[in-house]
Design a protein around this ligand. Structure first.
Ligand code: CAA
Length: 263
């Protein structure tokens, strides 16, 4: 890993190889609870990464024992109905969900409440074998507030989403993988390494094709099939105008590795 910078307090930023930005959630004293400042720092980092051509993928991780324990309950306690409505958090979540480059989560330990919701904002989650996912807001007399009801049901289906949100019970990494919440389960000590390797694999592809593939896949949550298929075909056609697509096909025919420049 290259240089690590502490951009404020709640996250650390570093580079892995040339093209992977690594965001480390770093509030161990609060189990990486995502206070407003944490989300502000994450979105500031993503905003910069969005326009930095040298960043082709982002990996977010926490510690070996906790990814993130949710929204900061002490901060949440200060919110009344009106301040909850005008809070900046929904805008932060929108920025994360609109980030157009691949986002990978390396999840060890607890991913609870907003921590589970952050994991669900990732395009790909790699989980350690002892990871635990949950929406325990019901234990606090409230409900998920950052997409937990909507994204969870799409990710794992009604039966498990209802069980998790209504009971507050956590699920383990194996259940999360079987349900479609995570892409791979690794040993705890290799979770980050696997996410970084996968991020490098993705970073070596055409950034244009990656961008349009991510966009098309996510559109399926918003659109009926026929509109989604149209959008996919348009992006497929658009890529025929890219140097990267010519390079990819030429490299295959010439039996060499392609070099994608994002043009
Ligand atoms: N917010 C603020 N502080 C938190 C926190 C959170 N979500 N989770 C843990 N902490 C703090 C604790 O208050 C404690 O602080 P002090 O040392 O000052 O007392 C410190 O972190 C250590 O906590 P524990 O002793 O509980 O640590 P543990 O390792 O024994 O347990 C845990 C870890 C299972 C994650 C447990 O801390 C826990 O259950 N946390 C709360 C999880 C939760 O309810 N999350 C949902 C939050 S609401 C939400 O996220 C809403 C939303 O969708 C928008």
């Amino acid at each position: 890993m290259n240089t690590t910078t502490n951009i404020d307090d709640d996250i650390l930023l570093s580079r892995y190889q040339e093209h992977v930005l690594v965001i480390t959630l770093n509030r161990p004293e609060a189990r990486n609870a995502l206070r407003n400042q944490s989300l502000r720092e994450i979105t500031t980092a993503l905003h910069a990464a969005a326009s930095d051509d040298t960043v082709r993928a982002v990996v977010i991780h926490g510690s070996q024992t906790v990814f993130a324990a949710g929204a900061d309950i002490k901060e949440m306690a200060q919110l009344n109905a009106i301040s909850a409505l005008t809070d900046s958090r929904p805008e932060f979540w929108k920025i994360i969900s609109a980030f157009h480059k691949p986002l990978l989560g390396a999840v060890n330990g607890y991913a609870l409440g907003a921590g589970c919701e952050l994991a669900m904002h990732m395009d790909i989650v790699i989980a350690g074998e002892n990871a635990k996912f949950g929406q325990p807001e019901i234990n606090l007399g409230t409900i998920p507030g950052a997409g937990g009801t909507q994204r969870l049901i799409k990710a794992v289906g009604k039966a498990l989403a209802m069980k998790m949100v209504l009971s507050g019970e956590m699920i383990n990494a194996q259940t999360a993988m079987a349900a479609g919440l995570v892409a791979e389960v690794t040993s705890d000590d290799t979770t980050l390494e696997r996410a970084l390797t996968l991020a490098c694999t993705i970073a070596a592809k055409s950034p244009l094709a990656i961008r349009l593939a991510k966009e098309a896949l996510l559109l399926s949550f918003e659109m009926p099939l026929s509109a989604g298929l149209n959008a996919e075909r348009k992006s497929f056609s658009l890529l025929a105008a890219s140097d990267d697509r010519n390079e990819g096909i030429a490299a295959f025919l010439e039996k060499r590795k392609p070099l994608f420049l994002g043009k």
